[in-house]
Write a protein that binds this ligand. Structure first.
Ligand code: TYD
Ligand code: MG
Length: 471
C-alpha cells in the first residue's frame, strides 16, 4: 500500500480524506491536521484493531507476541464468572474502579498537567509491593522517578522503572518482565514505528492505545495509561481515547489548591458516578474518606451567601457548600460567572427567581462558586444555589445547620430528588438540623435528629428560609 495523507480532527479524532475548515462531526473550526499514514499500518488509525482477540486469555505476558489471537468461541463456552479483580491497596481508587482493577483492562487517568497523575500512579505500586509493577516513564528520568518515590515513601522493592518511549520496546520489555500491573506515563510521549507522525499526534495516540489495549486483553495484565488534557479538555488526547479504553478516570480540581477529585467518567466494569477526593500533601496524595466533613467549612454563624447542598455521588451522599456573591453591577451589563457550575443553568435559576418570585436581579453581578473546586452537575444542587444567591443578595445568612436538596423547574416548582433517604441520613449524621426538600419527595419516615422542611416552589422556599427576616 502506498503512503497516504489523511486529515484528523484534533478535537474528536475523526478522519477525513481532505482538509476542511470545520469538522463535520464535532463542529469545531480549524482542528483538522494533516498526517501521513505509513504503508505498514493499514488504516493507521488503530481503530478497533485486534481489540476483540484473545479476550479472556490466561494471565501472563511471557513470550507474548502481538497479534497472535485466539479463535472465536461460542458464547455458551465462555466463562462468565465475575471478572478477576486485583486490589490496588488504595481504598478510594479501588472503590471508583468498582472494587479493584479488572485483569486485562486498560484504564486511562486523565487530567491537566500538574494535577497529580504521576504522583498517584507511582503511589499505587509503592502501596502494594505484592504486585510486581512495570512503571514506564516517558516524561521523567529514572532518577526523577526515584526522587519522587523517596518522597512518597512506601515499599519500592517490587516496582520496576523503565524509561522508554517506543511502544514496541515497551511491549517486548513487558513480555520479559511479566508484571502484575503496567503503568504508562504518558500516552502523549509514546510512539510507534508503524505510524509516521510525531509522538502526541492523533494517529500516534490512537495506535499506541490500541497496542496497549491488545497487550492488556491478550495477556490479562491490567494497564494504567496516563493522558494529559488541557484546560479546554479537548486537545488531542484523552477525548479521542475514551472510545478505546475500558475505564476513564479524570482528575479535577484546582492544581494550586490542596484538594483533587478523581472521577470515573467511563467504566465498562462498574458505575460511572463514583468520585474520590484526595488531598495533595508534602508526601503525595492522601485519601479523604469522608469528603463532606471537609467541604462544609466550619465558619462562624452569620456569613451570608453560603448554603449547603446534599449531592449524590454514585451511592454515596455528599455535602458541600455553595457560595454566592451578589453585588450591584458596576458596568452596564451584569456579569454572571460560575466556577464548578453550569453558567447557563445559573442564568436559568436567576430568571426563575426574577419571573416567579419577583426578585430583581437583572442589574446585579452574580458570582457562584462550589467549595473545594468541585464541578457539579447534579440538579439537586439548584435549591442550594438559589438560597445562596438570595442570602447574599439580602445579606441575610442561611443558618449553617440547614441543608438543601431539590431541583428547580422553569415555573419555579421544586422537584424531588432521587434517594432522599440516603441524603437525609447523611445530613443528620453530620449534625445538620434542617433539610429542605421538595414537597413531592418520597422518603421513609423516622430519621432522628433532623427536621425535614418540605417546600413546593421558590416563593415557599423564600418564606421558609427567611421567615421573619423582613424580606
Ligand atoms: P504530578 O503528579 O507530577 O502531576 P501530573 O503528572 O498530573 O502532571 O504532580 C505534580 C504536583 O504535585 C506538583 O505541583 C508538585 C505536587 N506534589 C506535592 O505537592 N507533593 C508530593 O509529594 C508530590 C510528589 C508532588
Ligand atoms: Mg506527570
Amino acid at each position: 500500500m502506498k503512503e497516504k495523507i489523511v486529515w484528523f480532527c484534533s478535537n474528536c479524532g475523526n478522519e477525513y480524506p481532505k482538509w476542511m475548515g470545520r469538522c463535520p462531526a464535532c463542529g469545531e473550526w480549524n482542528t483538522l491536521t494533516e498526517q501521513k499514514i505509513g504503508p505498514s499500518t493499514g488504516s493507521g488509525t488503530g481503530r478497533g484493531s485486534g481489540t476483540g482477540k484473545g479476550l479472556g486469555a490466561g494471565r501472563g505476558a511471557r513470550g507474548y507476541v502481538p497479534g497472535e489471537g485466539r479463535a472465536p468461541r461460542r458464547l455458551s463456552e465462555i466463562d462468565s464468572t465475575n471478572e478477576a479483580r486485583v486490589s490496588l491497596h488504595n481504598e478510594e481508587v479501588d472503590r471508583i474502579l468498582g472494587g479493584g482493577i479488572v485483569e486485562g483492562s486498560l484504564v486511562l487517568i486523565g487530567g491537566e498537567p500538574g494535577i497529580g497523575k504521576s504522583t498517584l500512579s507511582l503511589q499505587i505500586p509503592l502501596g502494594c509491593p505484592t504486585l510486581k509493577t512495570l512503571y514506564v516513564t516517558g516524561e521523567e528520568s529514572e532518577r526523577q522517578v526515584k526522587m519522587r518515590a523517596d518522597r512518597l515513601g512506601g515499599d519500592a522493592s517490587n516496582c520496576v522503572i523503565y524509561s522508554e518511549t517506543l511502544i514496541e520496546n515497551i511491549i517486548s520489555q513487558a513480555s520479559e518482565t511479566d508484571p502484575d500491573l503496567m503503568i504508562v506515563d504518558s500516552v502523549q510521549t509514546m510512539y510507534t514505528e508503524t505510524v509516521d507522525s510525531t509522538p502526541g499526534s492523533v494517529s500516534q495516540i490512537k495506535e499506541v492505545a490500541a497496542i496497549l489495549l491488545r497487550f492488556a486483553k491478550e495477556t490479562g495484565i491490567p494497564v494504567i495509561l496516563i493522558g494529559h488534557i488541557t484546560k479546554e479538555g479537548s486537545i488531542a488526547g484523552p477525548k479521542i481515547l475514551e472510545h478505546i479504553v475500558d475505564v476513564v478516570l479524570q482528575f479535577e480540581g484546582d492544581n494550586k489548591g490542596a484538594y483533587r477529585i478523581l472521577r470515573s467518567i467511563k467504566n465498562r466494569f462498574g458505575s460511572t458516578s463514583e468520585l474520590a477526593v484526595f488531598e495533595m500533601t508534602g508526601k503525595g496524595l492522601r485519601q479523604v474518606a469522608n469528603p463532606s466533613e471537609l467541604l462544609v467549612p466550619m465558619h462562624e454563624e452569620g456569613l451570608s451567601g453560603a448554603a449547603v447542598a446534599v449531592m449524590l455521588d454514585g451511592a454515596r451522599p455528599f455535602l458541600f457548600e455553595v457560595q454566592a456573591l451578589v453585588s450591584s453591577a458596576v458596568y452596564g451589563t451584569a456579569q454572571r460567572s460560575a466556577t464548578g457550575f453550569d453558567t447557563r443553568r445559573l442564568n436559568m435559576l436567576l430568571a426563575v427567581l426574577e419571573r416567579r418570585a419577583g426578585f430583581k436581579l437583572a442589574q446585579k453581578d452574580v458570582f457562584l462558586n462550589m467549595a473545594g473546586g468541585l464541578r457539579i452537575s447534579d440538579p439537586a444542587c439548584d435549591m442550594a444555589v438559589v438560597s445562596a444567591v438570595l442570602s447574599s443578595n439580602f445579606d441575610f445568612p442561611v443558618p449553617s445547620d440547614y441543608c438543601f436538596a431539590g431541583e428547580i423547574g422553569l415555573s419555579g416548582e421544586i422537584r424531588p430528588v432521587a434517594q432522599a433517604d440516603r441524603r437525609i441520613s447523611e445530613a443528620a449524621r453530620l449534625g445538620f438540623k434542617k433539610i429542605f426538600l421538595s414537597s413531592f419527595t418520597s422518603f421513609e419516615a423516622g430519621t432522628k435528629g433532623i427536621e425535614i422542611v418540605k417546600v413546593a416552589d421558590v416563593p415557599a422556599l423564600v418564606r421558609a428560609l427567611f421567615q421573619g427576616g423582613g424580606i
